[in-house]
Design a protein around this ligand. Sequence first.
Ligand code: NAI
Ligand code: MG
Length: 499
Amino acid sequence: MLQNRLEPVLDPRALARALSNKLLIDGTLVPAVSGRTFPVVNPATQERVADAAEGAAGDVDVAVKAAAKAQKSWAKLAARERGKLIQECGRLLNDHVEEIARLIALETGKALRTESRVEAGVFADILTFYGGLGSELKGESVPFKPGMLTLTQREPIGVVGTIIPWNVPLLLMALKIAPAMVAGNSVIVKSAEEAPLAVLRACQVMNQILPPGVLSILSGDGPQCGAPLVEHKGVGKVTFTGSVETGKLIYKMASAKLIPVTLELGGKSPMIVMNDADLDKAVDGAVIGMRFTRQGQSCTASSRIFVQDAIHDAFVAKLKAKVDAMKMGDPLEEGTDIGTIISQQQFDKVKSYIAFGEKAAGAVAHRCSALPRNKELERGFYVQPVIFTGISNDHKLAREEIFGPVTCVIKFKEYEDAIRQANDSDFGLAATIWTRDLKTALDATQRLEAGLVQVNQNLVVQANMSYGGIKQSGLGKEASLESMLEHFTQKKTIIINLN
Ligand code: NAI
Ligand code: MG
């Protein structure tokens, strides 16, 4: 347990400097064994805001040993007691929402009002939700034979390795660490290179309440720090969110040890808008679904929007007008709706997709909103949102995850054709259908190939709604009671002969 009660630090640059060169292992902030660091860059200006500690195999080993030790006593606490401590973390984090929100805006370029503050609040909320589920870690009694008391119990797995990306690092971390810890596991997080600070701060706050070693966090690069965590023999489960490519690598490493994995990977989520839909609601749903406020950097982004012919042009015009009205600017300013892309690498990737799309025959790139004009933001990774029309579902732009503010609106005539095209994708994370016809809506919920199908709405992750993809979008569910039971416990069968 860290000793002194931490006071919120509202100057994100001061906080970023204070968090430089630190891993959090066994309840203590320490530099990497190697002493090495890597720069953390504000994507709105390219200023270097911190130097994060560069963890590697040696740090992983120290963290796993501490976590294994801590887990033994953590598992001996009553499940509800563990839950209460996690809820207390949630309460304490409520006092830190603003500082964490500013820090995340600084390191990721996500706008404070529309994204970062929301995410910091949801982080605390997810902890509170899972903290209440301790007593749900139930087993079953099995009718085996008279005089044989037969039951199952759910036990923690041990040390859980958690690898997270940079797009919504706090939320995605919460979905993993909260159920893992409530179920009696200890956790080691490997943060994303681009966003190591806010998650470190959140874990530091939580370590004021948790016993040392129950929650550790390392920063460092994927192959040097993430891979040794997956491969460490003391780690009994890995949970990952990120790219399909890295997810497959992790699955392979985990299979060599025969340990369970949860993978939340990419998407190319379809949205089908029928002629009879409420057009304004559907347009709002596209703005939310495409996560334009997050520059489209979302695995569930509605990046393929199938619109029926009669309303296609009106839909595109209204969508463009809505996105035009959104303000791009300094992520830390309250008036800003849309911030920046996370990094130079992603910026180049998104730009190259847009350039490629523009070359397609018949394609039109409708550029929305306006780049900020501030001098201090001229080096920022700003990309104007683009709505493509005239791109077909078999074009690269409609098949690959762009992870930027780019969506394709694809015109269709017949419902059957929309369903066929929506399902014609390697991914299967989320899908929506917009219609006033109940029969069409119900039919679509049965036939759309996705882990989450919504009708006339496009909500983001909700506590207790299982969330996770099929096909190339991943393995396993998150955010629910089911996910805690299935992915962070193992079942033991016990037979007691009373004869
Ligand atoms: P990535 O999947 O490579 O990185 C995610 C996490 O995995 C990071 O913490 C990274 O350090 C770690 N990692 C990378 N290589 C690893 C390895 N060999 N062993 C263990 N851990 C490793 O994603 P990246 O490179 O940041 O983004 C590339 C693309 O991935 C994006 O353009 C987007 O399409 C997709 N992506 C999807 C996300 C989602 O929410 N499903 C989140 C982030 C990226
Ligand atoms: Mg990568």
